[in-house]
Write a protein that binds this ligand. Structure first.
Ligand code: MG
Length: 382
């Protein structure tokens, strides 16, 4: 299968360093988006694509085996070097075969196939928000702007082993494959990505324009794209004779070269995502936090529907919630205070357990109970 490949990466407008890496080592192409502290993100992404490149050259194992080996390499470096402890990276790799591509994927970089103008997403984001979309808790549109959209549930290099997704997709002449980091998909809607890919016939022009448009839309993250065109059999192969890596403005562009891109390595303050040493913890905290937030919203809705009459500061009062507390948090609040001394009410057998709360179906019923207490006391005091 003849292909033509172009890739571009750019630091974007906000980040101080480019922690994205790509690999063009046909038949394998890949995108890695590193994360973790001053050095960690770059080291993790670089190490992942280098490991993949080395094993591809040696034709060792399947693509999934090589990605798992890359995981191991990043994890071992992370353990051995405190400066990059906890680093990790996404890795989305494609191995091009005859009439097909095999995709192996961890994280929130993505692979797409463009066929007849239709963009098909081939990978699932390993993110908290995608999980919530699958569970019906969020729509795709809500997920795109959700504050936890960057929190990953699966990352390469943070555990000794990693579960990888594997997908096989068929390819025919005219198809176009796109691998990209979230710096593209976070900035451009898929509709726009499809339009650019359909409009720009040349893969290099397409890659450059995607990067330029992501920057124009804000460029809040590093942006990396690899575009693979499937050519007619007998078409000119771009593998030989093309110029090696060429710098075009701030983007590095490679056409079908064996080179691993090594984009600029400006150093600076940490990125916006959780720092690398904390990344693993952040992933878990993110999941736990999302669960807690949902539970709290449910609890709040439940409590708001509960009413009872009880004792506040020695006086009868109407409460919203339930007469209990969890870990020091009161699950109720006073809505109506009265002047009625609780002790007087509790002297009546009917209201002896007022301390524990007399439940009501709604506010009106709770207030009716208060009026009943008042009436009973008036009668008693007579
Ligand atoms: Mg990114």
């Amino acid at each position: 299968m003849r292909t033509r490949v172009a890739a571009a990466t750019d630091i974007g407008h906000v980040r101080e360093q480019n922690e994205d890496r790509y690999l063009v080592a046909e038949p394998v192409v890949a995108v890695a988006d590193g994360m973790g502290g001053h050095l960690g993100g770059e080291v993790a992404a670089q190490l992942a694509v280098e490991t993949l490149e080395r094993l591809t050259e040696r034709r060792e194992g399947s693509l999934a085996d090589r990605v798992r080996e890359a995981n191991r390499a990043v994890w071992e470096r992370s353990r051995a070097d405190p400066a990059v402890s906890g680093m990790g990276t996404t890795l989305t790799a494609a191995e091009l075969g005859e009439g097909r591509a095999r995709i192996v994927h961890v994280g929130d970089s993505r692979a797409y196939r463009l066929r007849d103008g239709e963009l098909l997403r081939l990978t699932e984001d390993h993110t908290v928000v995608h999980r919530m979309v699958l569970e019906g808790q969020l729509t795709e549109a809500q997920a795109e702007v959700h504050p936890y959209r960057n929190i990953l549930t699966r990352v390469l290099g943070v555990e000794p082993t990693v579960e990888v997704d594997e997908v096989e997709v068929d390819l025919r002449p005219g198809d176009r494959l796109l691998l990209c980091s979230d710096g593209l998909t976070g900035m451009l809607p898929e509709r726009r990505i499809a339009e650019v890919l359909a409009e720009e016939a040349d893969p290099r022009a397409a890659a450059d324009r995607l990067v330029a448009e992501a920057n124009a839309a804000g460029g809040v993250d590093n942006i990396t794209v690899v575009v693979v065109d499937v050519l007619e059999d007998g078409g000119r192969s771009a593998a030989a004779g093309d110029p090696p890596a060429t710098r075009v403005s701030s983007a590095t562009v490679v056409e079908a070269g064996p080179a691993t891109a090594r984009p600029s390595r400006a150093r600076g303050p940490d990125r916006l995502l959780p720092p690398g040493a904390l990344r693993r913890t952040a992933v878990r905290l993110g999941v736990a936090l999302a669960v807690v937030v949902i539970a709290l919203i449910g609890l709040r809705l439940y409590l708001d529907a509960q009413w009872y009459v009880g004792v506040s500061d020695g006086r009868v009062a109407v409460f919203r919630g339930v007469p209990a507390e969890i870990a020091g948090f009161q699950l109720h609040r006073v809505v109506v205070e009265t002047e009625i001394p609780a002790a007087r009410a509790q002297a009546l057998a009917l209201y002896r357990d007022l301390d524990e709360g007399i439940t009501a179906n709604d506010r009106a019923e709770a207030e009716a109970i208060v009026e009943q207490i008042r009436a009973d006391l008036a009668r008693e005091g007579g």
